[in-house]
Design a protein around this ligand. Structure first.
Ligand code: GRF
Length: 195
């Protein structure tokens, strides 16, 4: 299975996904694509010999469809079987999502369905939650709303801050996403719960 990974920033999830796709793995990374030409993830990916590309979303103003048409050009050049959004920070239109319906995954730093959208850690702290975590889900047109494929939980300790929680959750993201991608690539059903 060919996997394209979309990033916007440092790409730590992309790097751990790529490291997980070794020899006996049913999937392999064929492209790392960013909306930001300066995204550090592109540099790290290129340094590992991965194919990289970028489409600067700022060039397209509010024309999401035109931006996405460029993304599609790059994606169609590698014809991915699976797309992984990994720290990708652009909202995708229903048109783009439908094109990859059922084979585009995203990792979100909350225990969905709680805290869709941004600032998930601050919101969990604000709510006084005892735990937080991350979720991998199938992407559907509704933001952060598709079927959940896996979750990992962390406890919220006294004195926890949004940044300390973000760091704990990111570590779990790096465990969860590779595990879910392998199962997904092998066609396994069910929800993976990591403790
Ligand atoms: C992190 O906040 C992570 O929780 C979320 O995207 C952001 C950057 O991740 N998934 P990455 O290091 O670019 O993978």
């Amino acid at each position: 299975k060919k996997v394209a990974i979309l990033v916007s920033g440092g790409g730590s999830n992309m790097l751990t996904l790529c490291s997980s796709m070794m020899d006996d793995h049913p999937a392999r990374p064929v492209l790392v694509l960013s909306n930001d030409p300066s995204a550090k993830g592109l540099k790290y990916a290129a340094a590992r010999g991965l194919s990289v590309a970028s489409v600067d979303h700022r060039k397209f103003g509010k024309d999401r469809a035109a931006f996405e048409a460029e993304l599609v050009k790059h994606l169609e050049s590698v014809e991915p079987d699976i797309i992984c959004l990994a720290g990708f920070m652009r909202v995708l239109t229903a048109g783009f999502v439908e094109r990859y319906a059922g084979r585009m995954l995203n990792i979100h730093p909350s225990l969905l369905p709680k805290y869709k959208g941004l600032n998930t850690h601050a919101r969990a702290l604000e709510a006084g939650d005892a735990e937080a975590g991350c979720s991998v889900h199938v992407v559907t047109p509704e933001l952060d709303d598709g079927p959940i494929l896996g979750q990992a939980r962390v406890t919220i300790e006294p004195g926890e801050t949004a940044s300390s929680l973000a760091a704990k959750v990111l570590k779990q993201e790096h465990r969860l996403y590779p595990a879910v991608l392998r199962r997904f690539a092998e066609g396994e059903q069910g929800v993976l719960e990591l403790t």
